[in-house]
Write a protein that binds this ligand. Structure first.
Ligand SMILES: CC(C)(COP(=O)(O)OP(=O)(O)OC[C@H]1O[C@@H](n2cnc3c(N)ncnc32)[C@H](O)[C@@H]1OP(=O)(O)O)[C@@H](O)C(=O)NCCC(=O)NCCS
Length: 179
């Protein structure tokens, strides 16, 4: 997927390859306090390759989004209304594990493009009913991005992060509520 950023900066969103993992880890280390060991990136790429995306500018990786698919009976994670009866069987949901764009490339539509493609893949490739994520309650840019794409704050998890900050769980239903 090719796209032109607001300032005319061309970027490309594509599926990650194994050789991209070190560059993805570098973007993660520079962008977020939540870091993972190499094997975790490999695990996500091996299992949900279509949902592991990178953003490139001039052939250099400047952003990524990585997700997994889970099964759950939790009505909140399935994006069902608060008063909905419990689902009869587990449903498939996409979990956006991490998304980041290098600081100097932010605000140009790259995060939006990564999120839009993640949503499309979860819907069309993995047939997920909903997609969810955790975000720091103070992370306004990310919360705004997710709201722009129809995610709703459904839950607050106290002390979710290692430094004690709470997380919001934000969810976007991908199917009609009654299906
Ligand atoms: C969140 C993040 C991925 C957004 O990437 P980005 O490339 O800047 O995103 P976009 O340029 O597509 O902007 C998308 C939306 O995000 C919001 N946004 C972006 N920067 C913002 C800022 N500084 N303040 C408030 N909202 C902001 C806006 O709603 C924007 O849409 P708009 O331009 O139509 O208003 C990026 O800020 C980032 O990497 N942050 C650090 C890592 C992180 O926090 N990841 C999320 C963990 S849950």
């Amino acid at each position: 997927m090719e796209a032109l950023g607001e300032e005319g900066l061309p970027f490309r969103i594509r599926r990650a390859r194994h050789e991209d993992i070190p560059a993805v880890m570098l973007v993660n280390l520079k962008s977020l306090p939540e870091n993972y060991w190499q094997g975790f990136y490999k695990y996500l790429l091996d299992n949900w390759p279509e949902a592991f995306l990178v953003a490139e500018v001039g052939g250099v990786i400047v952003g990524y989004a990585m997700s997994r698919v889970e099964e759950t009976m939790d009505p909140v994670l399935l994006g069902l209304p608060d008063n909905a009866p419990p689902p009869p069987a587990p449903g498939k949901v996409g979990h956006l594990v991490s998304i980041a764009v290098l600081r100097e490339y932010r605000g140009r539509g790259i995060g939006s493009a990564l999120l839009a493609e993640t949503i499309r893949v979860m819907k069309e490739v993995y047939r997920a009913e909903a997609i969810y994520l955790e975000v720091r309650v103070s992370n306004e840019p990310a919360i705004r991005l997710y709201k722009k794409f129809g995610f709703v704050i459904r839950r607050r998890i106290p002390y979710y992060y290692r430094d004690g900050e709470d997380a919001y769980v934000m969810v976007k239903r991908l199917l009609p509520v009654d299906s």
